[in-house]
Every structure is written in structure tokens, then in C-alpha cells.
Design a protein around this ligand. Structure first.
Ligand SMILES: *Cc1c(COP(=O)(O)O)cnc(C)c1O
Length: 420
């Protein structure tokens, strides 16, 4: 359920016509619905009756306005870099609701998280554990630690977004983890608080979640026998959404399956949903520049793979919809961007609306891993982000300028001066 609907053949985001926003901010742009964001966050968060913290996965959509919205609803943040910690703090997320995941935290990032007194570090290796012990010792504090275990469960999703199989780089193999917990338990500046796992993204079935939770539960019992008590159980994110015809479980069904498996454990649950909250709450709006018929049919638009990488990166599907339905029907065509790469497509070989120059198209379900994966490739300024609330819209990130493109660059003296 989202708030992108047609009224009299015009696409609206809540009560604002998408074409009107395009007129005001130019194209391309990302557009989010505040009502959808709120609804999705609450549907997820309220599905869990057990003590829990919903730590939104910042990397999926990291604009500070969006993070602030979730913080106001009681949410925390799952972060994977110092940059995301900075964003979360700027957005007013309570540091006691911030968990820090990722295999490659630098010393400086560890210190930053310690200084800000975040809730938990999800540690992913023994070397990282030693680094955090050293940094905490220098600061004279105890570092709150959870270990990310790798349960070796197949999430049955795209290989690039599978993270909980033995062949993936993430976490500590669950059968070697007891030894690591025992080492950590003896360290003076480490406070062992939790177990975490995150097996992948865009899961459309609850069974891999249940399977991995089952393994983690057994592991927590082994820890208990070894005298190590666990306060937090972090199940990661990964719940999928409908892009096309997938039928992922509703948050309520997911929560119920987890609650059943949690019986007998008295941990506080940490959840790190990303895509399921923001995926269908955002679209990318783009304009048709040219069309090419003759051989294969191409629709050339002003957004490219630098703006929305998922089709090129994962061969991901995003539905293409007309912002103004003109009753011209549909045809099979490739929707491509201006980037000098053959991999620069937004939709390939699919039925799309018949277009003419100047038409506006919406790439649906682009709220997650859309703007956050965008780049300046081909020296294209990153697009603006707009948030609709009821009948108003707000620019929550300005379109980058050409000056932004060269910010920080410098021609060294030995090259002589630029003659203009
Ligand atoms: C990416 C990620 C998430 C969010 O995944 P979604 O599929 O967007 O829910 C949660 N936790 C960790 C550790 C991640 O890396």
C-alpha cells in the first residue's frame, strides 16, 4: 500500500500532482511520500509485540529528513559507516538506538562510535574485536559489543544481496563463534551484550529467517551454558517488497513467525529493516528526451544508471509508469539513460507506456537503494530529493550544481595557470 495513485489519468503523490512537482524542480528527481513512509514504519514496528528496537537501515535511504521522520516515530538506526553515524546524529536519532554493522570499520570510525555512546557495535571479526578493545582501553571505557554470526542459511535472493552464507564475507561462522565470545568475555574493555545476524536482502519468504533464528537461538543457549548472558538479539533486515509480482510476507506474518521462534528467549529484539520501509515509498521521476524507432525501440530519458543503479547492478526490475496517462497504450522498448555505457538502462525488453518527447515517466519502487547508490559518473550532478506531506512538497536535498562536481578538486601549481 502506498500513496502514488492516479486521479483523472494524472499520477499523484498523496495530494500533489507529480507533474506539478516536475514543473517546479525540474527532472530527474526522487520523490517520497511521507504518509507511506510513516505507514510502513508503523506497520513494521507495531507488528512486534515483544520488547524491541526498530533500527532503520540507513544505507537504504539516508536523507536526514527521512531519518528524522523515523526518529520521531521512535525508531533508531542501523549504520555501516562513520558517515552514516554523522547523518543519524544530525537527524536526531538517539545514540542509544544506533547499532553499527559492517566488516571494515576503521579505527577512527570505532572511536567515533565509542565517543557518541552508541548502543552496540556488531563486530564481524576477531581482529576487529582486538581493535575495539584497544580503542576502548585508551578511552578508559567498556565497548558495547555484539557479534555478527554467519548462520550459513540460503536466503534465496539475488547472489549480490545474499549475506548469510558461508561463502559471503559477512560475520563469524556460527560454529566458530563460541570461542570468539569467550575471548571477548575476558577482555577488560569489552562488554558482550548481543548476537546479531543479517542473512540478505529482498527475502520473499519467512522460512530462511526462521531457519537462521533457530540456529542463533541454539547458539544463545550454548553461550548461556558457557556463562555468557545475551541481552540483545539482532535479526538484521532483509524483508522483501513487491517490485513486480513477488509476494513477500506482510510484516505481521514475519513478526508472528519470529515471535514463535523467540519463545523462551528473554532478549530485546533489534530489527534493521530498510527496503520494506522505504522501497515503495519513493519513485524516480524522469523525462523522455528522445525516442528511437527503426531497429530496436529505445526511449532515452534524462535519468541514468548513475541515478538509479539497481537495474544495471542487479538486473533489478522497476515498473515504468506514465506520470500523465495519455491513452496511447504500451509497447516493448528499452528505457535507457544518457550515460556512455551499454549497461545504462532503467528497464529492458519490457512493456512500457508509448512515449513521446517531453513525457514524464516514473520508475516505481525506487525509494530503497535508489538515491543512496547514485553517483556522479559522467559528471552528472546528483538529482534532488523531494518529500510530499499531504498537499505540500518540500525539497529535502537540492539538486547538485556543476560547482558541486568539482568541489575539492585542485590544479597543482606545477601545471601552470588555467587560461580561460
Ligand atoms: C543492508 C542491511 C540491512 C537492511 O537490509 P534491507 O534488505 O534493506 O532490509 C540491515 N542490516 C544490515 C547489517 C545490512 O547490511
Amino acid at each position: 500500500m502506498n500513496h502514488f495513485n492516479y486521479k483523472n489519468n494524472r499520477m499523484f503523490c498523496e495530494d500533489v500532482a507529480v507533474a506539478e512537482i516536475a514543473e517546479a524542480v525540474n527532472t530527474p528527481f526522487y520523490l517520497y511520500s511521507n504518509a507511506t513512509l510513516t505507514r510502513h514504519f508503523q506497520a513494521f514496528d507495531q507488528a512486534f509485540k515483544l520488547p524491541h528496537i526498530t533500527c532503520f537501515a540507513t544505507k537504504s535511504c539516508s536523507n536526514i529528513a527521512i531519518l528524522h521522520g523515523f526518529a520521531e516515530l521512535g525508531g533508531g538506526a542501523d549504520i555501516v559507516s562513520g558517515g552514516e553515524l554523522f547523518r543519524a546524529l544530525k537527524a536526531g536519532v538517539d545514540p542509544r538506538k544506533i547499532v553499527y554493522s559492517g566488516v571494515g570499520k576503521t579505527r577512527e570510525e570505532l572511536r567515533y562510535g565509542l565517543k557518541e555512546n552508541i548502543l552496540l557495535f556488531n563486530v564481524e571479526s576477531v581482529q576487529e574485536l582486538r581493535a575495539i578493545q584497544e580503542e576502548a582501553a585508551v578511552m578508559g571505557i567498556k565497548a558495547p559489543v555484539s557479534f555478527r554470526v554467519n548462520p550459513d542459511v540460503d536466503p534465496r535472493t539475488h547472489a549480490y544481496i545474499s549475506t548469510g552464507m558461508a561463502k559471503n564475507k559477512f560475520g563469524i561462522p556460527i560454529d566458530q563463534a563460541l570461542d570468539v565470545y569467550q575471548q571477548a568475555d575476558k577482555m577488560v574493555n569489552i562488554e558482550v551484550l548481543g548476537v546479531s545476524c543479517h542473512i540478505g536482502s529482498q527475502l520473499t519468504d519467512v522460512s530462511p529467517f526462521v531457519e537462521s533464528l533457530g540456529k542463533v537461538k541454539q547458539f544463545i543457549n550454548r553461550l548461556k551454558q558457557a556463562g555468557i548472558k545475551i541481552k540483545y538479539l539482532d535479526l538484521g533486515g532483509g524483508l522483501g517488497i513487491c517490485y513486480q509480482d513477488e509476494t513477500p510476507p506482510e510484516p505481521a506474518e514475519y513478526a508472528k513467525a519470529i515471535a514463535r521462534e523467540m519463545a523462551g528467549l528473554s532478549c530485546t529484539l533489534i530489527l534493521e529493516p530498510g527496503r520494506v520501509i522505504v522501497g515503495n515509498a519513493g519513485i524516480l521521476v524522469t523525462k523522455v528526451l528522445y525516442t528511437k524507432a527503426g531497429g530496436k525501440k529505445f526511449i532515452i530519458v534524462d535519468a541514468g544508471m548513475n541515478d538509479l543503479a539497481r537495474p544495471s547492478l542487479y538486473d533489478a526490475f522497476h515498473a515504468v509508469q506514465a506520470v500523465e496517462e495519455r491513452g496511447r497504450g504500451t509497447e516493448v522498448a528499452d528505457v535507457v539513460g544518457p550515460i556512455c555505457e551499454s549497461g545504462d538502462f532503467l528497464s529492458r525488453g519490457r512493456e512500457v507506456p508509448c512515449c513521446e518527447q517531453g513525457d514524464l515517466l516514473a520508475l516505481m519502487s525506487s525509494g530503497a537503494y535508489g538515491f543512496t547508490m547514485s553517483s556522479n559518473y559522467n559528471s552528472r550532478p546528483r538529482v534532488c530529493e523531494v518529500l510530499v506531506n499531504g498537499s505540500e512538497f518540500y525539497i529535502i536535498r537540492q539538486r547538485e550544481t556543476r560547482d558541486d562536481l568539482i568541489r575539492g578538486e585542485k590544479i597543482p601549481d606545477f601545471q601552470g595557470v588555467v587560461r580561460e
